[in-house]
Write a protein that binds this ligand. Structure first.
Ligand SMILES: *Cc1c(COP(=O)(O)O)cnc(C)c1O
Length: 244
């Protein structure tokens, strides 16, 4: 099998897993969008996934995306949707609105303000998700959300900051994103996904704001994330194989 053929077969497998997880949880597969995470892989492989029907791609580094996205866009004959899923340094924010159609990794008010300014400058309303550090891992980015269910201070801080981000003129807050801790079995990640789904519901009530998207689930845990309500799954290795 060529690499391209392998990717086609992988996409098919992942799609079947998505459908199976939706069946187990009584969800409609149309409500789950597959984002192929193409970081560290060349445009030719992006083309292979696109040929297999993938329309959404994720990148996590601005430097890499800047050179790769224009090349990949040339290879495909219909526009695809690019998702920024990694931490963005403030000084790189200016490149985001013209490269990406959605940002999953808004993790500070300062970044949100910059993204809004740069989006406004090119007359774009940029859809964004707010990244949550649900498990409270020091090395992970995202707003601190550990214990939000029991700690009113943590919860109110989240309400305040999202309310401020939501008032920025050129961002459209569409939901939440999280990365589960690395665990030995996907089942162990379930409480993190349940917590993000519940947090989304509570924030919708507190802010009187619709938050349609939950970006959660990667190669090792996406079936569980879908069972808990993921609308966007970010899958790299299960599609492109290991990254070198
Ligand atoms: C790399 C990455 C993924 C995909 O990870 P896989 O384990 O390869 O599926 C998803 N989300 C983020 C934020 C990533 O950086």
């Amino acid at each position: 099998m060529t690499t391209a053929e392998l990717i086609v077969a992988n996409v098919e497998k992942v799609r079947l897993q998505i459908i199976a997880a939706c069946e187990r949880s009584g969800r409609n597969p149309d409500d789950v969008t597959l984002i192929a995470v193409s970081k560290k892989h060349p445009p030719s492989l992006i083309h292979a996934a696109w040929a297999a029907g993938v329309q959404h791609f994720g990148e996590n580094r601005v430097e890499e995306a800047e050179t790769k996205i224009p090349v990949a866009n040339e290879l495909v004959s219909q526009p695809v949707t690019w998702h920024m899923i990694g931490h963005i340094q403030s000084r790189k924010a200016r490149y985001i609105p013209r490269l990406f159609q959605m940002v999953h990794s808004v993790d500070s008010l300062k970044l949100a303000q910059k993204l809004s300014d740069y989006a406004q400058a090119v007359d774009i309303k940029l859809p964004v998700l707010i990244q949550m550090n649900i498990a409270g891992e020091e090395q992970k980015s995202g707003f601190w959300a550990k214990g939000w269910q029991v700690d009113e201070t943590v919860y109110q801080q989240l309400v305040n900051v999202i309310s401020q981000i939501n008032q920025l003129p050129s961002l459209v807050v569409q939901g939440l994103m999280t990365m589960a801790p690395i665990v030995s079995s996907p089942e162990q990640a379930r409480p993190v996904f349940t917590s993000l789904a519940t947090l989304r519901m509570r924030l919708e009530q507190s802010l009187e704001l619709s938050l349609p998207h939950l970006s959660m689930g990667m190669t090792d845990d996406y079936p569980v994330a879908i069972e808990e309500g993921a609308t966007l799954v970010r899958i790299g290795r299960a599609i492109f194989g290991p990254r070198t």
